[in-house]
Write a protein that binds this ligand. Structure first.
Ligand code: 5AD
Ligand code: SF4
Length: 453
């Protein structure tokens, strides 16, 4: 029996693509193995959002060279965002010419054919398309879990934030047809899936732009469903107990979508709303199309519609030209919003983006020092907010064993907090009621007090 292993770098979109790759390999008769070095086929699905993802990829790839040499017939394939950049392909050709197959984000659907050609003809294939077509439907998927699932609703990004490589690597925005999304959700529900995460680079503009022929446009195509409309339909599907989505761009967060948090039964009271910076000047230079006040007014509206909503964010420190005053604006915004959690990033120069060209890059040590001050503030707030969970009784979808202690089970609250609790492994995949006995900054500790029927 031939074996495969898929190594995924980066975001949830990549994790979802890796499930498709795994599904395709399983359709070709391969079975999963834990160990990439002994696998007959290894696929590395790459990310380019920051430089350290690039570096990690080349490190992991380098470790596969010896096993690949030692076992003729072992296939090493690379794909994903990094492959859409010419300088990476050049580097691959120069230093990693032993790699069997490289393909990009736009021709994932061709993977089985490319793989068969590369393996049967012992050829090294590099096949990258510059632009995407409408999203292919009906591809297989070996999903990581059966009780929770990622569901892509769109791909690509039209926003061109000045620091970001994604619009270049993932191409123009394309939405899937609503029937395709809803039928996938129904199938998931029928097979016992309880929680779904709807994915897109900017889900709030679902159905807005028909940048690519064959993709869905809510204005002209029946049914006319924007993102809020799609959520309302998804909410009606029996069996799906939790709906989440990511990522939302503040510029496209409509009042109608905000109302969904109040109105929809299954939509988790939780939103990831990347702010990137608290400085209006920096936001303008980032091409984010909203300012500090507009962002804060969205937060107010969300909390008015749904007082218990948990808000998380992404923040970049050290964007070119960021002054101490700009950084203070970010700190004060964090204090004002009091995020439930935040992902913080040090600005990373991405070749080909407008911000990379700027001469006023912030020195490394300044970036690090600001980063440390920012995470101190975020963690302090997160710890204070964790305290509000003491003695709370909440539902948790049991997802598996705790990462820090494998004698414990783990899952997430509706708000997205991790909860660890003792319990029988038969609870995995079930919704349980838990009382929080010990709230901590990054995870809550609790005890099971009941189980949903
Ligand atoms: N440097 C640092 N962080 C970045 N992000 C995107 N591009 C960069 C970059 N060049 C962050 C943003 C985005 C998240 C997914 O990654 O905060 O929301
Ligand atoms: Fe990048 Fe901005 Fe698009 Fe997000 S919205 S993927 S940060 S360009």
């Amino acid at each position: 029996m031939k074996t495969y292993h898929v190594i995924t770098f980066g975001c949830q979109m990549n994790e979802r693509d890796s499930e498709t790759i795994a599904g395709m390999l399983e359709d070709m008769g391969y079975v999963y193995t834990e160990d990439p070095k002994s696998a007959d086929a290894v696929v590395l699905n790459t990310c380019s959002v920051r430089e350290n993802a690039d570096k990690r990829f080349f490190g992991v790839l380098g470790q596969l060279k010896n096993p690949h040499e030692a076992r003729p017939g072992m296939m090493v394939c690379v794909c994903g965002c990094m492959m859409q950049q010419q300088h990476i392909i050049d580097q691959l050709k120069a230093k990693y010419s032993w790699v069997d197959l490289a393909f990009g984000t736009h021709n994932l659907a061709s993977f089985p054919e490319l793989f068969k050609n590369a393996s049967s003809e012992k050829k090294h294939i590099i096949d990258i398309w510059q632009e995407g077509r409408a999203i292919s439907e009906g591809l297989p998927a070996a999903r990581a879990y059966d009780f929770k699932a990622y569901v892509n609703i769109m791909q690509g990004c039209n926003n061109f934030c000045s620091y970001c490589i994604v619009p270049y690597t993932r191409g123009r925005e394309r939405s899937r047809r609503p029937e395709a999304v809803l039928s996938e959700l129904r199938q998931l529900a029928a097979s016992g899936c309880k929680e779904v995460m709807l994915l897109g680079q900017n889900v709030n503009s679902y159905g807005r732009a028909r940048s690519v022929e064959g993709s869905y446009c809510a204005e002209t195509d029946e049914p006319h469903l924007d993102f809020a409309g799609l959520l309302r339909e998804a909410d009606k599907i029996e069996g799906i107990e939790r709906i989440r989505f990511m990522t939302s761009h503040p510029k496209d967060l409509s009042d109608d979508l905000i109302d969904c948090f109040r109105d929809l039964k299954h939509l988790c009271r939780q939103i990831h709303l990347p702010v990137q910076s608290g400085s209006t000047k920096v936001l303008k230079e980032m091409n984010r199309v909203y300012d500090r006040e507009k962002y804060l007014s969205l937060v107010r509206k969300l909390r008015e519609a749904c007082p218990e909503i948990a808000i998380s964010t992404d923040i970049i420190v050290g964007f070119p030209g960021e002054t101490e005053e700009d950084f203070q604006d970010t700190l004060s915004l964090v204090e004002e919003v009091r995020y439930d959690s935040a992902f913080t990033f040090i600005y990373s120069v991405r070749q080909g983006t407008p911000a990379a060209e700027r001469k006023d890059q912030v020195p490394e040590e300044v970036k690090h020092e600001r980063f440390n001050r920012l995470i101190d503030a975020i963690h302090r707030i997160q710890e204070e907010k964790a305290e509000q969970y003491r003695d709370a009784e909440l539902y948790v979808l049991t997802e598996g064993f705790s990462r820090t202690d494998d004698t414990m089970l783990t899952g997430h609250t509706e708000s997205g907090r991790v909860v660890d609790f003792p319990g029988d492994p038969s609870l995995i995949g079930k919704m349980v009621k838990v009382r929080i006995t010990k709230p901590q900054t990054f995870s809550l500790y609790g005890e099971v007090i009941g189980q949903e029927a």
